[in-house]
Design a protein around this ligand. Structure first.
Ligand code: HEC
Length: 172
């Protein structure tokens, strides 16, 4: 009885394959799986690359020639904030990576901040990275809201953060 049922199932499958109904579905499954594996591998490679990036490389991408900051500045200047959307997203991502890196100098340096009216000591690099990340997020928010003046203000705020961090953590 059972074997007859299976024969039938196999028979039906055979017919379906024969008329090309079942195979495309299977084929797609395999293809999806392959695509997924390829994608997973790409994600992993990319993750590894992101991890390996140094502060220097991140700085270069954010602030060097043809940098994300410059692209956004140009777009704001030309009143074309649409062009700034993608660079802004990339910038937020890179800024978030910064705190995971070790600075080349003074990684254990502490600084005092006010918390609930009290002085507390925190790791200076982590604090500066967090502040910087917040400022970059402000740029991205302003870009999204399409307010050119807000974008310019947010960019100017960031420009004031460079020196403090470099003085503390950039090698001479
Ligand atoms: C949170 C800390 C921090 C902030 C904020 C920061 N930087 Fe940096 N930056 C660094 C450190 C640390 C280095 C040194 C990296 C190295 O030499 O390994 C550096 C290096 C650089 C370099 C040299 C990169 C290279 O190729 O050698 C440039 C250019 C730069 N920063 C631009 C800026 C500008 C412009 C700003 C502000 C808009 C800024 N940075 C804000 C930490 C910071």
């Amino acid at each position: 009885m059972l074997s007859l049922t299976w024969l039938r199932v196999a028979g039906v499958a055979g017919v379906l394959i024969g008329i090309g109904l079942l195979l495309p579905a299977w084929g797609e499954d395999v293809k999806d799986k392959n695509d997924k594996e390829v994608k997973d591998k790409k994600d992993k490679d990319k993750e590894a690359k992101d991890k390996a990036r140094s502060v220097e490389e991140i700085m270069e991408e954010m602030h060097g020639d043809n940098s994300l900051r410059r692209k956004i500045g140009k777009a704001a200047f030309a009143n074309k904030l649409g062009d700034a959307k993608e660079p802004a997203e990339q910038w937020v991502k890179l800024a978030g990576e910064l705190s995971k890196c070790e600075p080349p100098k003074n990684k254990d340096l502490e600084m005092t901040v006010k918390k609930d009216g009290k002085d507390v000591k925190v790791n200076a690099w982590k604090k500066r990275c967090a502040d910087y990340e917040e400022q970059v997020q402000n740029v991205a928010k302003a870009v999204k809201s399409e307010k050119v003046q807000d974008v310019r203000d947010a960019l100017n705020n960031i420009a004031r953060s460079c020196l403090g961090c470099h003085n503390a953590h950039q090698p001479n």
